[in-house]
Ligand binder design. Structure first.
Ligand code: COA
Length: 387
């Protein structure tokens, strides 16, 4: 198997992009990534996307996007794994390069969630859950996470304000990210008085509904030098790529407060990269809800059961902390255009590992992990990158 590196990145701003269609947003990200890599052709495009069929009446999305980008005659395919679609697409792209099937692969993620009315978008997101046993009963995605958070607070005797640190950290970092949807820092008071969406989740615990696209260019590490000349920033290597699943429905789990798939995929990733979690310089967590950030930190070996929130309270997750998370705003503040999120995380890791993260730069960042979660922990994809 060949080692795989990233030589180009691109992203569109995240937000309510009502004046632009999904294909235009994808074009923005892909053309930027191709220019960054200095390429005008690729062998394949793998596209992470969850909701195009449901919300845009558009399937066949990867070929549509390739067509818009002038990438004709190449392989193009959409990869869907709910909110983990982006990272699942990256894994497919990395496997294609590692196996020798392709040499130059573009992996992008795109999602357009704001062209439909709220109830339709909410129903679309609920298709990530079990349609017959969860969604049929009217439980939305926010509600499922609210049930998990409620249970966590009860089991571990955790007060609501314990989660504030995740949101405060994400918004503080997002304020410095020109592509983030929310660019204002928030205080504990802002967190405490935020409108509740589904008890105990408020809008300050929740990622927003939004649009966005991000892209990366992959090549075999052995060919990196051919592409990275002159003023180019270099490359970042994919040291590990792992995926694991869990029961689709939360109620089928032995323990709904343990992200078993996060534990399995992160352990596989640590083994592939030959590192321990303590060696990571940063971790882009899937903080779609503050409770998910706490559970990921616990399952990936940064905190004991019921203790993940303490890392936020002790500021261990800040840019200068022991394990910086959501360094460019995370899903909470940068935004969570679902099928694109996994690629935004990778773009942000590359910025950090190549020393281009500006005011949010983690000092001497050499090793970073990104974890993308589909459903309430049912598909979990973990990547470790190294500079
Ligand atoms: N964080 C911070 N502010 C938010 C916000 C969020 N998550 N969501 C909305 N806002 C702000 C808006 O900017 C707006 O502010 P303004 O009045 O100053 O302009 C205000 O709240 C109302 O925005 P609106 O778009 O009308 O919110 P909404 O009530 O329609 O939607 C949520 C808010 C939280 C219900 C919606 O974003 C949501 O459903 N999020 C979850 C998405 C999800 O489940 N994703 C998948 C996860 S795996």
């Amino acid at each position: 198997m060949r080692s795989v590196s990233i030589i180009g990145i691109g992203q569109s701003p995240v937000g309510e992009l009502w004046d632009r269609s999904a294909r235009e947003i994808a074009y923005t990200a892909i053309s930027a990534a191709m220019a960054d890599a200095g390429i005008d052709r690729a062998d394949a495009l793998f596209l992470g996307n969850m909701l195009s069929g449901n919300l845009l009446d558009q399937e066949h999305m990867a070929t549509l996007v390739a067509d818009t980008c002038g990438l004709h005659g190449i392989e193009a395919a959409k990869v869907e794994a709910a909110c983990a679609s982006g990272a699942a697409a990256l894994r497919v792209g990395a496997m294609a390069v590692a196996s020798g099937f392709h040499d130059v692969v573009i992996v992008a993620g795109v999602e357009k969630m704001t062209d439909t009315v709220g109830k339709d978008t909410t129903a679309g997101l609920a298709t990530a859950a079990d349609a017959e046993y969860e969604a049929l009963h009217g439980v939305s995605f926010v509600a499922l996470n609210a049930l998990i958070m409620q249970r966590y607070m009860y089991e571990f005797d955790v007060p609501l304000d314990a989660f504030a640190g995740f949101s405060i950290n994400a918004h503080r970092n997002g304020a410095n990210n020109p592509n983030a949807m929310f660019r204002e820092a928030i205080t504990l008071q802002d967190y405490l008085k935020a409108p509740v969406v589904a008890t105990p989740i408020s809008i300050m615990d929740s990622s927003p509904v939004c649009d966005g696209a991000a892209a990366v260019v992959l090549v075999p590490t052995e060919r990196v030098k051919e592409f990275t000349t002159g003023h180019h920033w270099g490359s970042v290597q994919i040291l590990a790529s792992a995926s694991a699943n869990d029961t689709l429905a939360v109620h089928d789990r032995r323990d709904p407060l343990y992200l078993e798939a996060a534990a399995i995929s992160s352990q596989k990733a640590y083994r592939q990269a030959g590192i321990t979690p303590q060696e990571l310089d940063l971790f882009e967590v899937h903080d779609a809800f503050t409770i998910m950030a706490a559970l990921s930190l616990e399952a990936c070996g940064f905190a004991g059961r019921g203790e993940g929130w303490r890392l936020a309270q002790e500021e261990a997750i800040g840019i200068d902390g022991q394990i910086p998370i959501s360094t460019m705003g995370g899903l909470k503040s940068r935004g969570h255009p679902v099928g694109a999120t996994g690629i935004y995380q990778i773009v942000e890791l590359v910025l950090q590992l190549s020393g281009r993260a500006g005011a949010n730069q983690v000092k001497n960042a050499r090793l970073g992990m990104a974890q993308n979660i589909g459903g309430s922990g049912a598909t979990i994809v973990t990547h470790i990158l190294g500079s």
